[in-house]
Design a protein around this ligand. Structure first.
Ligand SMILES: Cc1ncc(COP(=O)(O)O)c(C=O)c1O
Length: 284
C-alpha cells in the first residue's frame, strides 16, 4: 500500500506529495515539527504535542494555520488512510512560500502544513530497550534556543551520523561545562548509585521531551527519588544506569558508550505502557 501524506489541504500518495522550492522550510529551515507516537490506533499525548507545537510556532512568530481540532482531524485522517495502528505521525509547519528573502514574508503568506504517518516496529524497539544501546558524546555546538522544536537540525543530523559511523545508536551533546544536555533525538537520564533518577532541567539548552514530562509524572506517582539537575559524563560513567527517552523510544537503556560509559548497565524497567496510554487516552 502506498503511503499517503497531507500537504497544504490535499491527501496525496507520498511520491506526489511535494512542496514548493521556495517554501521557507526548504530555503531556511524556517519551520517547526512534532513527532507523535501512535499505539493501538491512539495518538499518545496528542494534547501535549499540540501544545508544544503551538509554543514552538509562537516562539518563531509563525501563525498556527488552523485550529487544534482541525489539525487533530488531519492527523486521524492520515492514520486512517495509511491504516496506521502502531507508528508515528510527523507534523511540520513552515512559514510558507515566498520569494527568497531572509526577513519574514509579507503578511498574509500562508504557513505550509505537512502531515505524514508511518508504522514502526515497536517490538524491535522493545528488544533494543531490553538489550540497551551504545552512545557517543559530542560537543554541543547548537544554537541557544533548542527548546524550540525547529526543523533546523543540522548539528543533530551530524551527531547522529557520527554515532552511527562509530557503531553507536545515539550521541549525547555535552556543553562547555561538561554537562550532558540531551541526545541528538532524545532526552538523557541517569540513575545514581543511590537510586535517584536524574535528568537535566528543561531550560533553553534542551528540548522539553513529552516522554520526559510523562516519565517524570510516572516517577513521582511511584514515589521514586527524582532530581532535575545537570549531570556530567563522568557522573553518567559512574551511575548505576543511564537511559534515554523519546516518543519513538519510550525509555531505553544504554549499555555502552563508545567514548565514555563502561560496558553492561542493567536496563531500567520501562514505565508500564498502560500508564502512558492511560494518560494518552485521557488526553485524546
Ligand atoms: C533533540 C531532542 N530531544 C528530545 C527529544 C524527545 O522528545 P519527545 O519525548 O517529545 O519525543 C527529541 C525527539 O525527537 C529530540 O529530537
Amino acid at each position: 500500500m502506498s503511503r499517503i501524506a497531507y500537504v497544504n489541504g490535499r491527501y496525496l500518495p507520498l511520491r506526489q506529495a511535494t512542496v514548493h522550492i521556495e517554501d521557507r522550510g526548504y530555503q531556511f529551515s524556517d519551520g517547526v515539527y512534532e513527532v507523535c507516537e501512535v499505539r493501538d490506533g491512539y495518538v499518545i499525548d496528542q494534547r501535549r504535542h499540540l501544545a508544544r507545537l503551538q509554543r514552538s510556532l509562537d516562539e518563531l512568530g509563525i501563525a498556527m494555520p488552523m485550529s487544534e481540532t482541525a489539525l487533530a482531524i488531519i492527523m486521524r485522517e492520515c492514520m486512517r488512510r495509511n491504516r496506521l495502528h502502531d507508528g508515528i505521525i510527523y507534523l511540520q509547519i513552515t512559514r510558507g512560500v515566498a520569494r527568497r528573502d531572509h526577513g519574514f514574508p509579507p503578511p498574509g503568506t500562508h504557513p505550509s502544513v505537512v502531515v505524514t504517518a508511518r508504522s514502526i516496529d515497536f517490538a524491535g524497539n522493545e528488544r533494543t530497550a531490553a538489550e540497551g544501546l551504545a552512545i557517543i558524546t559530542v560537543p554541543d555546538n547548537r544554537w541557544q534556543r533548542v527548546d524550540i522544536k525547529s526543523i533546523s537540525l543540522l548539528p543533530n543530523v551530524l551527531a547522529k551520523q557520527a554515532a552511527r559511523e562509530r557503531g553507536a545508536k545515539e550521541a549525547w551533546f555535552v556543553d562547555q561545562d561538561g554537562h550532558v544536555t540531551e541526545g541528538s533525538s532524545s532526552n538523557a537520564w541517569i540513575v545514581t548509585k543511590g537510586g535517584k533518577v536524574v535528568t537535566r532541567p528543561a531550560d533553553n539548552a534542551m528540548l522539553r521531551g513529552i516522554t520526559r514530562t510523562v516519565l517524570i509524572e510516572v516517577i513521582e506517582a511511584h514515589g521514586l527519588q527524582f532530581e532535575e539537575r545537570p549531570f556530567t559524563v563522568e557522573e553518567a560513567q559512574g551511575a548505576r544506569e543511564a537511559f534515554l527517552t523519546s516518543a519513538t523510544f519510550t525509555a531505553i537503556a544504554l549499555v555502552l558508550a563508545v567514548t565514555a560509559l563502561g560496558p553492561v548497565r542493567r536496563p531500567l524497567t520501562a514505565p508500564e505502557p498502560v500508564e502512558v496510554e492511560a494518560l494518552a487516552a485521557e488526553a485524546a
